[in-house]
Write a protein that binds this ligand. Sequence first.
Ligand SMILES: Nc1ncnc2c1ncn2[C@@H]1O[C@H](COP(=O)(O)OP(=O)(O)OP(=O)(O)O)[C@@H](O)[C@H]1O
Ligand SMILES: [Mg+2]
Length: 353
Amino acid sequence: MLSADVGEALLEVRDLRLGFRRDGAREAIGLAVDGMGFSLERGKTLCLVGESGCGKSVAALHLLRLLSSPPAEILGGTVRFKGQDLGTLSVTELNRIRGDRICMIFQDPMSSLNPVMRIGEQMGEGLRLHRGLSARAAGREVEAVLKRVGMADAAAVAREFPHRLSGGMRQRVMIGMAVLPGPDLIIADEATTALDAVTGKRILDLLRSLTESSGASLLFITHDLGIVARIADDTAVMYAGRIVEYGPTGALLSKPVHPYTVGLLRSSPANIMRNPSLPRSSPAGSEQGAAAPFRGRRRRLAAIPGSVPGIWDRPSGCAFHPRCAFATPGCRKEDPPLRDAGGTFSRCAAGAH
Ligand SMILES: Nc1ncnc2c1ncn2[C@@H]1O[C@H](COP(=O)(O)OP(=O)(O)OP(=O)(O)O)[C@@H](O)[C@H]1O
Ligand SMILES: [Mg+2]
């Protein structure tokens, strides 16, 4: 991991810096993604996890060059897909990759589906466009994939308009659409967040089994550590535009070292049950009054105090320090790079115990 096999990785992201310009102000740029780097091997699943506003979606959209500029600005970094620097490709070359080699699933299928086009037609559009299939041949492939995503009457679903399907069915359609061309990479941004828990779990299992059987890699974006535990080989924890801890999911969930990862785990019902080794209290003399929930004597569900700072209000040093029970005065000045912390790579190991 961590870019170990540069030649092997399907997706290699290095030192990505993405910002937004404040309205009318030439100088002012707020960084939504700040020095992000990761690699994803073929057939593997990487989860990007973090609270709302950490930069997960901005980073994912940039991978497919879908951020509109302005207001977005690409300030640095590279994205290599199958060894090719996506930043050097023309729009035509990118269009050959989008929706064919890399497919994306969004949280709200209604925003991605065309409301006035039948499901079968829109699912088959990519096959006709990228592969030159006839409408009939595309239709056959669409029905086959609708069956694979669990639609009993695939032909009937193909004839429907999106609004006639339930939320779970629409998300199945989106997954079908994403796996249809046999892509190398699927990016799923909060793909199950809008669904009820049971449907969400089914969709997740489906996505996992489809990517496993096809050998595709999956980049899954979520704020839910229960999902991470279920599907991810590797996990990158993001905070305020930066990856703060990164490593194999087993190590990250069982022995987290960054205080933010520890905080996320402590506030996750799924993990607090499973991980009795999480620290119960903050160190003596912690100066952060706001961080009281970290100090509970009994192990209980504890939300991280405060919220993620906006791109215009990033604190100096480690951006997590105002919310961190382990913060020292030095944390206001410095934000160390990711370092080998045993099981994971982390910017800070103060949450280890
Ligand atoms: N078009 C934009 N203009 C200005 N700021 C933006 C824009 N889009 C995103 N941002 C800011 O960039 C930061 C990262 O946003 P992003 O949508 O990537 O967060 P996220 O981690 O995906 O959150 P969520 O879990 O809510 O989806 C946020 O502070 C957001 O307000
Ligand atoms: Mg998002």
